[in-house]
Write a protein that binds this ligand. Structure first.
Ligand code: SF4
Length: 107
């Protein structure tokens, strides 16, 4: 394949990829909120308000831990809710928490 053909293939791929980004962002914005009664949410002790975490049942919990500063949270700073890979197809509250919280680097 010539350099010219490589360049065309690269540009075509870049344009198609860029065109898909708004669709992916829109999909994330419209995800329904996770139901606290969801079986996985219950198993992981998810709460939409981290101030309501039962500290006795969750001794590793610290008051500074929220979904917003968890490595799994897919939202941008300031967003009230976003996707979490643990709950496919759902949004979690930025102020929420669950047992598998891991600090996001830089937070
Ligand atoms: Fe929140 Fe992180 Fe648990 Fe997802 S894994 S629900 S972002 S604490």
């Amino acid at each position: 394949m010539s350099d010219k053909m490589h360049r065309r293939a690269f540009i075509r791929t870049a344009v198609l990829g860029a065109a898909a980004i708004p669709t992916l962002i829109a999909a994330a914005e419209t995800l329904p909120m996770l139901d606290v009664k969801d079986a996985t949410a219950v198993a992981l002790g998810y709460v939409p308000d981290a101030t309501k975490v039962d500290a006795k049942s969750n001794p590793t919990y610290k008051a500074v831990q929220t979904c917003a500063n968890c490595v799994q949270f897919q939202g941008k700073p300031g967003e009230k809710a976003a996707a979490c890979p643990l709950f496919v197809g759902k949004s979690v509250a930025a102020g929420g928490w669950c047992k598998v919280w891991i600090q996001k680097p830089g937070t």
